[in-house]
Design a protein around this ligand. Structure first.
Ligand SMILES: C=C(C)CCOP(=O)(O)OP(=O)(O)O
Ligand SMILES: [Mg+2]
Ligand SMILES: [Mn+2]
Length: 177
């Protein structure tokens, strides 16, 4: 199998090149990423537990799914593709906000990303790809907040970084529906 490449970007998300996925995370270079939050109709968040042998953050809990657009692939397509590949869910996603961060991961890797965050509401149940995810659960925003406070080490660094913005964004999203 040929190596997976990701899109290198500048601080305004303008593409500057492409690089093999593992090399980017070893060097900590800024690249484009997608992040998905799926809620059920009760507005509980679908959490993913990453597969234990992922290249970083194996076994940690996180948002519904994350991934990287291929060179020339749109962020919308990448987010919907990754949601299907990881969680077996075919949904149309809504772009919500963008953010960047430079965070240390496990295994000595770094996530230095310009992230595009997408939301969806669906009562579909996931069908996990075992190479990507070990488990899932639904939890209310209040319950997730409690768990994050009680045991932050059980969650991915980017989820801890981004989650503070989610309650407000969910209110905005569900008002528009
Ligand atoms: C996008 C973020 C926040 C981290 C990368 O996600 P993954 O580590 O799940 O990337 P893939 O293996 O799915 O490409
Ligand atoms: Mg992923
Ligand atoms: Mn990345």
């Amino acid at each position: 199998m040929s190596a997976i490449e990701v899109i290198l970007v500048d601080h305004l998300d303008r593409p500057t090149g492409r690089m093999e996925k593992l090399e980017v995370h070893e060097k900590g270079l800024l690249h484009r990423a997608v992040t998905v939050y799926v809620f059920n109709s009760q507005h509980q968040l679908l959490l993913q537990q990453r597969a234990s042998d992922k290249y970083h953050c194996g076994g940690l809990w996180s948002n519904t799914c994350c991934g990287h657009p291929y060179p020339l692939e749109s962020t919308q397509h990448a987010a919907e593709r990754r949601l299907y590949e990881e969680m077996g869910m075919r949904l149309t996603l809504t772009p919500m906000f963008e953010l960047s961060y430079n965070l240390p991961m496990s295994n000595g890797l770094t996530e230095h990303e310009y992230g595009h965050v997408y939301f969806a509401v669906s009562d579909d149940l996931p069908r996990l790809n075992p190479q990507e995810a070990d488990n899932w659960c639904y939890a209310s925003i209040e319950e997730v907040t409690r768990r994050v406070e009680q045991d932050p080490d059980a969650f991915t660094p980017w989820f801890l970084h981004t989650f503070a913005r989610i309650p407000q964004q969910l209110k905005y999203f569900t008002r528009k529906m």
